[in-house]
Ligand binder design. Sequence first.
Ligand SMILES: [Zn+2]
Ligand SMILES: [Zn+2]
Length: 181
Amino acid sequence: MQPLNETATARALDKLLIDLCDRYGFKPVPKLEWSKRMVKTLGLAYPTKNVIRLSAWLNPEQAESTLRHELAHIATGKNGARHPHGPQWKKWAIELGAPPVRASANGPANAPVRKATYSLWGLECPKCGLRLARKRVRKGLYHRDCGPKAGSLVRRMKDTAERVYSWVLRTLDETKTNEAS
Ligand SMILES: [Zn+2]
Ligand SMILES: [Zn+2]
């Protein structure tokens, strides 16, 4: 999905922001920033810095509504510090055409789905069979106790963290049993 700030919608929102500021006399016009890192949060307002930051993953409807929401925070200014969504903010939200509610039930509609659940490698030392879980595997990574001559750790699996850890723990249990007997 293309980040919204790379689309024509972003330019339409720039214009909307300028129009609204013009109509209500907000000067200077707040700086509009876009963040690709905001995958859960729709938008943020920084009244003291006069900055509005929107998630790059909003759909056009969300972006317009969030822009109006955040502009209401700018309009409320420092007075909103203690109760960001208090009566003063609500008045501005209604005036500026944003739903006068604290937050939307949904996150950014186009946020990329994280693949975090399948992010681990299960590695094994070719000499002693030691098992490790790693997020990233450097080329030539070896088991320090066995030394580089034993060979690089072998990639045995890539799976969910839960499965990789249970695979790693299995040998630890086996080792303990061997030591005990
Ligand atoms: Zn808010
Ligand atoms: Zn080893």
